[in-house]
Design a protein around this ligand. Structure first.
Ligand SMILES: NC(=O)c1ccc[n+]([C@@H]2O[C@H](COP(=O)([O-])OP(=O)(O)OC[C@H]3O[C@@H](n4cnc5c(N)ncnc54)[C@H](OP(=O)(O)O)[C@@H]3O)[C@@H](O)[C@H]2O)c1
Length: 258
């Protein structure tokens, strides 16, 4: 039984991708434009949005750390009669850091963008949807497997994604009765600007194009949690189930030698 309505036909649907200038969001935009969806793309870098091909329906530069910027983008969507049927909340930042050397500015930015901005976007979009004719909607949060359990170097990033996944679960439960389906996407490693700074071998790393296809396949199956690549994420899901004593013993081996 699927937990969400299956999205198998995108033609004519209004889609808003927040965080579309690079990586997974950009690949999603490119795939969806080809299906005939009316895709609006947002992120801070206007020039990076404007060279997406084929051209999106609308480019709305927006900084999600600024509520007035998010509201201005939603106002533009409303004015263009393009309030989204589907929102992909993709934008995120990554500041790897060990807990014995916290960079507090990095911690703040991580929570600001990866977590708090999600609350802002959701609140403002719900208000806009309420004032529009009722129809079924879908909100997809791009979270991360880093939120499953404590990982080295992920004191800020992993915690911000754990909170986002929690928000995804609550919103899935509570918004269904209002006609809003909610999914959460938990990628493993994807080769993007975000992971380019990792100086370790990333197991089972995939391309943004593969990530986009796996996301759309999961939505077509009506999944709540879309995770990939399975050869990596199933292993992490197993680690989520083991007792702390075993988990810490296994993870100790992944700590850098000091
Ligand atoms: N790559 C991975 O291995 C991986 C794994 C699990 C989860 N994820 C998640 O997937 C999502 C996409 O990441 P990615 O790997 O595709 O990285 P990316 O290429 O760096 O993309 C991040 C996107 O977020 C946007 N963004 C960042 N700050 C923003 C802000 N203040 N306002 C608006 N947009 C902002 C960026 O655009 P601008 O710079 O133009 O604003 C960019 O479009 C993130 O949420 C990330 O945590 C990635």
């Amino acid at each position: 039984m699927s937990l969400n309505p299956r999205i198998q036909h995108w033609k004519g649907l209004n889609v808003w991708i927040v965080g579309a200038s690079s990586g997974i969001g950009r690949a999603l935009a490119q795939d969806l434009i080809v299906t005939g969806a009316r895709v609006t793309v947002s992120s801070r870098r206007a020039e990076a949005l404007s060279d997406i091909t084929p051209a999106p329906f609308l480019c709305l530069p927006c900084d999600i750390s600024q509520p007035e910027s998010v509201q201005a983008a939603i106002d533009r969507l409303q004015a263009a009669d393009a309030l989204p049927d589907v929102v992909f909340w993709v934008a995120g930042v990554y500041h790897p850091m060990p807990s014995h050397a916290l960079d507090l500015n990095g911690v703040r930015e991580t929570f600001e963008i990866n977590t708090l901005a999600g609350y802002t976007g959701l609140k403002l979009m719900l208000k806009a949807w309420e004032s529009a004719p009722a129809r079924s909607r879908h909100w997809s949060w791009i979270s991360s497997v880093a939120g499953y359990r404590g990982l080295p170097q992920a004191a800020a990033y992993g915690a911000s994604k754990a909170a986002l996944t929690y928000l995804a679960e609550v919103t899935h439960l509570e918004l269904k009765s209002r006609g809003i389906a909610v999914s959460v996407v938990n990628p493993g490693f994807v080769a993007t600007r975000l992971t380019a700074r990792n100086d370790f071998t990333m197991p089972a790393i995939i391309t943004p194009e593969e990530a986009s296809r796996a996301t759309l396949d999961g939505l077509a199956r009506g999944e709540f949690e879309i995770h990939y690549p399975k050869r990596f994420t199933r292993w992490l899901k197993f680690l989520r189930l083991v007792p702390y004593s075993l988990y810490f013993r296994i993870m100790k081996r992944t700590l850098p030698k000091s």
